[in-house]
Design a protein around this ligand. Structure first.
Ligand code: PAF
Length: 515
């Protein structure tokens, strides 16, 4: 693992890497704990290379905050990164990033001689922003600088800092920074206390008592699951539980929209319950996402493991949309042919895609997904031999893939779908409520395929089929675009000795109650 301390060394490292490799980036202030490590593991899993930055950013600490006291454990952090499979740690000095000793005053942007990135005041003036003026300007400034230096494909931020995550997503959108922001779930100690570098300021006893933060949020979640949606009801539930530990001094308790951070009078689809409180001198934050959306079930796995049959049946059984990604690629192929666009001409393809309004709907009667392009139903047209022969080349175009991933994610926003593929759980729906990796041995898949082909009247050689399947597995897991990968949090189901009904049963057990 490389330890890089200068911008020049980071540039040289970036240049030494093949441009086709994907780069994951986890910005940290060091003193790594399990929360960071999960994000790092995720980054290593999703990307070809992972870079972690360790920089205690003076710009985001107020004059009376714990900048000097903030725990610095560089050697230990590097060892943890190395053990986790990180490729490079970037740990610059403040001077290397052009940040002077007056940094904390710089963060307000008014007196600064340095450029300050100022996110929307509406997002920075509430929650933690109230008691930490300038903090999010400091975060936004440093994150922008780090993203420009590292130029990652994906950057990982903890959901624990939900306000920071929302602000960074907004920043990246508004400034068109070409990076995907990945939110990583909060990691908790067995007591429920969220991991934070600041937990080490607490005694064991204080930690135990501080776990009331999470308990109080869970109490509101239980009410939410019972159908309570109003702000007062949900906040009262939190307060009642918090009152059991009077020593904890509440700084704020809020219910906001998780994306815009606007306070909510009630939750329609999604809400963020956020708390900040002090235990002694230590300031702690925590939050919980309340999500009323129907679940997303992402089913990945190698070819021939029975994914599509299972996906269709699960969708039908639960009344969810079967997001037939294959049909989406076919629809785009059909549309490009309609437009007379050559797939060699990337800019014309991109232009044609801008005019392609794709709609999917489950066919209640059958197993199919009905498809419309610009309001014209193309469910049958996309199965034509012309489309079939062109779809594979069209699917290989990065611009098409990008377009369809965005469409798929759009369907995901409202939830209520089942999707199968190679990277549904890792890349398209990393927040899916249920992630399954459906697999079967090569021998079993060859045997199933043989039966299938024989039913269609073909004669096949089992050894040859096994060879072909192994080769396809190899290609699928090593391909540059959408390689086959099991998501870290996916449940693996080995289907060798299972009937379709048994597989379905296993998956249905994973679906949250109420759906
Ligand atoms: O969350 C943190 O650790 C910091 O705010 C970050 C994102 C590394 C910026 O300094």
């Amino acid at each position: 693992m490389k330890r890089l301390t200068t911008k020049a060394a980071l540039q040289a490292y970036r240049q030494s890497q093949d441009r086709n490799l994907t780069i994951g980036f986890v910005p940290t202030m060091g003193n790594l704990h399990d929360g960071h490590l999960r994000s790092i593991e995720r980054a290593c899993q999703d990307n070809d290379r992972t870079i972690v930055s360790i920089f205690v950013n003076p710009l985001q600490f107020g004059p009376h905050e714990d900048f000097d006291k903030y725990p610095r454990t560089f050697d230990r952090d590097c060892q943890l990164c190395q053990d986790a499979g990180v490729d490079a740690v970037f740990a610059p000095s403040p001077e290397e990033l052009g940040i002077s000793g007056r940094a904390q005053a710089d963060a307000d942007g008014r007196t600064s001689l340095r450029t300050t990135v100022v996110p929307p005041p509406k997002m920075t003036s509430i929650l933690c922003g109230r008691s930490r003026p300038g903090h999010f300007n400091g975060v936004a400034t440093i994150v922008t600088q780090l993203l420009n230096l590292v130029r990652p494909d994906r950057a990982y931020f903890g959901q624990k800092d939900a306000q920071q995550l929302a602000i960074i997503r907004q920043l990246v959108r508004d400034l068109s920074i070409p990076v995907e922001i990945v939110g990583c779930p909060t990691v908790r100690e067995p007591s429920g206390l969220a991991y934070s570098s600041r937990n080490q300021y607490l005694s064991e006893e204080q930690k135990e008592r501080a776990s009331v933060l999470y308990r109080s949020l869970k109490r509101a979640q239980t009410l939410f699951e019972e159908g309570f949606r109003d702000r007062a009801e949900l906040l009262d539930a939190v307060k009642t539980e918090l009152a059991t530990v009077p020593e904890l001094r509440l700084e704020y308790l809020e219910l906001v929209d998780p994306d815009s951070l606007v306070p909510l009078a009630s939750v329609r689809r999604k809400g963020l319950l956020a708390i900040a409180a002090r235990m002694g001198e230590t300031r702690l934050i925590d939050n919980l996402l309340l999500n009323a959306r129907a679940p997303i079930i992402a089913i990945d796995g190698p070819a021939g493991a029975g994914k599509s049959t299972v996906t269709r049946q699960i969708a039908r059984k639960l009344g969810l949309l079967y997001l037939d990604t294959g049909a989406m690629y076919r629809a785009v192929t059909w549309w490009l042919a309609e437009c007379g666009v050559s797939i060699e001409d990337e800019s014309s393809v991109a232009e044609a895609l801008q005019q392609c309004d794709l709609q999917l709907q489950s066919d209640v009667e059958g197993d199919r997904c009905r498809v419309w392009v610009n309001r014209q139903e193309v469910t049958d047209a996309i199965r034509s031999p012309e489309v079939t022969s062109a779809v594979s080349a069209v699917s290989a175009l990065p611009v098409v893939r990008q377009f369809l991933i965005e469409q798929q994610k759009r369907y995901g926003e409202t939830g209520g779908l089942v999707a199968e593929g190679r990277d549904m759980g890792t890349c398209v729906f990393p927040d899916a409520e249920v992630k399954v990796f459906l697999t079967a041995s090569v021998e079993e898949r060859a045997r199933r395929r043989k039966l299938d082909l024989e039913r269609q009247g073909y004669e096949v050689n089992l050894d040859r089929l096994e060879g072909e399947i192994s080769e396809r597995d190899r290609q699928d897991s090593t391909r540059a675009i959408a390689p086959l990968k099991k998501a870290r949090d996916a449940i693996e189901i080995q289907t060798d000795n299972l009937s379709i009904d048994e597989v379905m049963d296993k998956i249905l057990h994973l679906v949250p109650a109420g759906h």
